[in-house]
Design a protein around this ligand. Structure first.
Ligand code: SF4
Length: 186
């Protein structure tokens, strides 16, 4: 007998690169008009995919309350999820390895250690200069530096046991999400 498992992948599993696009995390105030328009379109595209995803509510709750994942998830950027946590008065520790929205680990041949070593050797170099030295893209450099910063931040944070005892409800998370401008994007 042949057992057929009908598994439908969520959009983020089907095309993860769109959800890990660094530009989605950019601060709008640092962008020019053309870049803002591009960001708006890119964000609207992934937002629509999350909005139509059957896992949205669970994904949002986990990404806000349980695991500080990298990238775009559940119609939110990393800073938007930080805003939700702030409004809920909670904090989560960034995980270095999760099955649910794994953090970036660098996609090119340049190792994490090589980037950090170059940063240390050339502290005044821009990301572009470091990228030229290592023969990779600027976004690869930024990704590794960011991963390093996040790891150091995570190491510095210790979970607060009182937070665990007072986890917000799904409704509270949804209310905080609805208060964000991003919930209206699609
Ligand atoms: S809601 Fe979550 S699981 Fe669904 S596509 Fe978005 S990030 Fe992926």
């Amino acid at each position: 007998m042949t057992i057929v498992v009908d598994t439908i992948l969520p959009p983020c599993a089907d095309s993860p690169e769109a959800f890990l696009d660094e530009s989605l995390q950019a601060t709008v105030t640092t962008l020019n008009a053309a870049e803002r328009e591009r960001l708006k379109a890119t964000k609207a595209a992934v937002h629509r995919q999350c909005a139509g995803c059957p896992l949205l509510v669970d994904c949002l709750y986990r990404a806000v309350v349980e695991v500080d994942v990298s990238g775009y998830a559940a119609c939110t950027t990393e800073s938007e999820r930080a805003l939700i946590r702030e409004s809920l008065g909670i904090e989560v520790v960034r995980s270095t390895l999760t099955p649910y929205g794994a953090p970036r680990v660098g996609g090119g041949p340049v190792s994490h250690e090589a980037v950090l070593t170059s940063r240390q050797a050339y502290p005044k170099d821009t990301c572009q200069q470091l990228a030229e030295r290592l023969g990779c893209s600027t976004s690869t450099i930024k990704r590794h530096l960011r991963r390093d910063r996040e790891q150091r931040e995570a190491d510095a944070v210790r979970p607060d046991p009182t937070v665990v005892a007072n986890l917000p409800t799904i409704d509270e998370v949804l209310d905080a999400f609805d208060a964000l401008e991003t919930s209206q994007v699609a």
